[in-house]
Design a protein around this ligand. Structure first.
Ligand code: AMP
Ligand code: ZN
Ligand code: FE
Ligand code: FE
Length: 314
């Protein structure tokens, strides 16, 4: 998808603006400041930038350690790694896996896994099949909108790869069915709407297992985005932990200070590992920029502390 298409497709900012730009305030041995961003997207899923352009932008924005976490694919990692090596940024293997917990779609970020393990590769191949199956179902569920060749147009938006909901949203905008992408989600693709097809996703415990088996760490992405009550979110985190999950994103873009306080308290009390990720998709959204998040609150254990790239001597 082109930059302009994505930027055009999402026209409203979230109600709560992100906190002031910051860095995570730890010094590097080189004397510079460390800035860890463990959640972002490239053209390999629904982001607007190629993996190398994304890494270049991350460096410009002062990010020192980046995980590229495309939806259900690691296809962008090789290109991102080459760019990172060229520009002196540390790239951590990442992915954002879609799954189901109590009939709700949950996103689990996998970090620092071995991307070459055969069992992991076959799990990702199954997940790609799941995404294709879901794309066909979305096409079917939205047939009442009478957009000719909707699926083909969504595939074209994804440059021939499997289309996600933002690609469908972009077609609906282009065809004049809705005025903008936010409307497309509100009416047709968002939670509870016909195009919100969840039937294809594996269970939460299964994707956590995939990540653990590949030597990685599983993190619940943007916990407040699921609009759960505090009690339900605690249950989610308990089930996630029982499945082998260890981390939660305490810092994500567009989060209110109330949400940050709640997540900080939950993370600290239950002893989860804390993650920091912008969920950057495209340039031009001031509330969501690579590396532009506050420092992790005191008393939390950073998820990245155990990563190989953070061990002394590496
Ligand atoms: P998918 O993996 O195909 O279900 O797409 C998930 C992506 O859709 C998210 O990462 C966002 O980029 C986008 N998305 C989800 N909900 C909304 C929404 N309500 N408005 C705009 N974009 C959304
Ligand atoms: Zn996305
Ligand atoms: Fe997500
Ligand atoms: Fe994401």
């Amino acid at each position: 998808m082109t930059t302009s298409t994505i930027a055009d497709s999402i026209s409203t900012s979230p109600a709560a603006a992100s906190a002031e730009p910051d860095h995570d305030a730890r010094s590097l041995p080189s004397g510079g400041l460390q800035n860890v961003d463990l959640h972002c997207h490239s053209l390999a899923s629904d982001g607007a930038l190629s993996p190398s352009a994304l890494v270049e932008r991350a460096v410009e924005k002062g990010v020192t350690h980046l995980a590229l976490t495309d939806h259900d694919t690691t296809a962008g990692l090789d290109e991102a790694r080459a760019a990172a090596a060229r520009l002196g940024l540390v790239l951590i293997n990442g992915i954002e896996l879609s799954c189901i917990w109590r009939s709700q779609t949950i996103h689990v970020v996998g970090l620092d896994f071995d991307d070459d393990q055969p069992a992991w590769r076959s799990a990702l191949a199954r997940q790609e099949d799941n995404r294709w199956q879901r794309a066909r179902l979305i096409d079917h569920k939205l047939s009442h909108l009478r957009v000719e060749a909707l699926l083909d147009k969504a595939i074209a938006k994804a440059d021939g790869d499997v289309p996600g909901r933002p690609h469908f949203a972009s077609v609906l905008v282009e065809e004049g069915v809705v005025g903008n992408s936010a409307q497309a989600f509100k009416r047709h693709l968002g939670a509870g709407k016909p195009g919100d097809v969840k039937a294809c996703w594996p269970e939460l415990a299964e994707v956590v297992q995939w990540i653990c088996d590949a030597g990685g760490v599983a993190v619940v992405a943007h916990p407040r985005k699921y609009k759960m009550t505090a009690t339900k979110l605690r249950s989610l985190m308990k089930d996630f932990q029982s499945a082998g999950g260890q981390g939660m994103e305490v810092l994500t873009s567009g989060q209110s200070s109330g949400d940050l306080g709640f997540l900080t308290e939950l993370c600290r009390r239950e002893g989860y590992l804390a993650s920091r990720g912008s969920d950057f998709h495209f340039p031009g959204a001031p509330w969501c920029e690579l590396g532009r998040l506050p420092a992790l609150p005191d008393g939390l254990e950073p998820v990245w502390q155990g990563f190989s790239a953070f061990q002394p001597g590496t």
